[in-house]
Design a protein around this ligand. Structure first.
Ligand code: SAM
Length: 321
């Protein structure tokens, strides 16, 4: 097992199935331009082999499929099918929900019972101006359908001062009413935000989020697993919510995440653009590939930040959010 001097090991793998996305969220990409040609992506076979190797060489037991938007990838169905055969403790998906309703049968067939939907607002106009595409009603319909089928849904919402600050309570109440755990994600200093003053203007921290919630609800902090990214809270008689407080309460010290991008690059840290291509390993026989991959993983482990997220120009939809 690969363990660093702080005792961290890889446990959670995030696979960016594609860098392509049907949204162009203002805080994720500056103008929605394509980051990579589809032809640069790993093939279906390469991707499945890469994941199998990473699970075995890295000691991975939790896997999340993300992107870009994973549900628009032609590889989505067959990847789910193959992952189902790996002995994973947990398999989950992060999606913007636009094609959730359509893909629910495949998701259910693969035995996945947990899904995270990214949704920043319940206001139709604000939705269009943040995502610059898509349709709010379709996302809400997908969430309803997933809940009706018994899936556990979490909603991720990034508060942005100039775009959805008025949505802190409406988003919480929508989720509490549906027994969904809402997770506010503090805006990360990534991609085009890294060199843009709008980051400071738009950042909304945990204290401010809690202050707003406190105007209407009593809440208290509850325990979260050691390697959890979110600080979790309970509102008695109503439900729970969390805050991924990468700035206010950094979680680098216990980070167990590893990322595979859609073009076969390994990232050991969200806050470090240095990556290692494993593409050339994928033509090699299993024992050689495993040995070489372990060397790559040792180097990737050294990229992890010690204490706090410092920001990077890497774009979230490329590295796999
Ligand atoms: N398309 C999928 C979705 O929308 O969930 C998966 C990829 S998306 C990049 C994953 C998550 O990253 C979304 O919840 C999005 O809001 C979040 N994200 C992107 N850029 C971010 C940033 N700078 N700070 C915080 N969260 C960000």
């Amino acid at each position: 097992m690969i363990v660093d001097p702080l005792g961290r090991r890889f446990k959670n793998l995030r696979v960016s199935l594609t860098a392509a996305c049907n949204y162009a969220c203002t805080y994720c990409v500056p103008d929605g331009k394509k980051l990579q040609a589809l032809s640069a992506e790993l093939s279906e076979e390469e991707l499945i082999y890469a994941v199998r190797l990473l699970v075995e060489a890295g000691g991975i037991d939790k896997l999340r499929i993300t992107g870009g938007e994973p549900l628009i990838s032609p590889k989505f169905d067959s990847l789910l099918n193959s992952l189902n055969k790996l002995a994973l403790e947990d398999l989950a998906i992060t999606t913007n929900g636009q094609f959730l309703k359509k893909k629910l049968p495949v998701i259910q067939l693969a035995g996945i019972n947990r899904i995270n939907v990214s949704l920043d607002t319940l206001d139709h106009m604000a939705f269009r101006s943040i995502a610059r595409s898509g349709d709010l009603a379709t996302v809400l319909e997908g969430i309803e359908e997933a809940l009706a089928l018994g899936l556990k849904v979490k909603v991720n919402c990034v508060p942005i001062r100039t775009a959805n600050l008025d949505q802190l309570l409406p988003m919480l109440e929508y989720c509490l009413n549906k027994n969904i755990e809402l997770r506010y994600i503090e805006l990360m200093n990534m991609g085009h935000l890294k060199h843009n003053q709008s980051y400071e203007q738009d950042f909304v921290g945990m204290d401010e989020i809690l202050e707003k919630i406190g105007t209407k609800y009593e809440y208290y902090k509850i325990d979260a697993p050691l390697d959890s990214t979110s600080v979790r809270f309970e509102i008695p008689d109503f439900g729970r919510f969390g805050i991924i407080a990468n700035e206010s309460e950094p979680f680098c010290r216990t980070c167990t995440r590893l990322r595979l991008s859609s073009n076969g690059q390994i990232f050991g840290c969200l806050s470090n653009s240095k990556a290692f291509s494993i593409r050339q390993l994928l033509d090699k026989p299993y024992p050689t590939a495993i040995t070489e991959l372990q060397t790559v993983l040792r180097s990737a482990m050294q990229l992890k930040q010690r204490l706090a997220f410092t920001g990077e120009t890497t774009v979230m939809k490329f590295i796999g959010g």
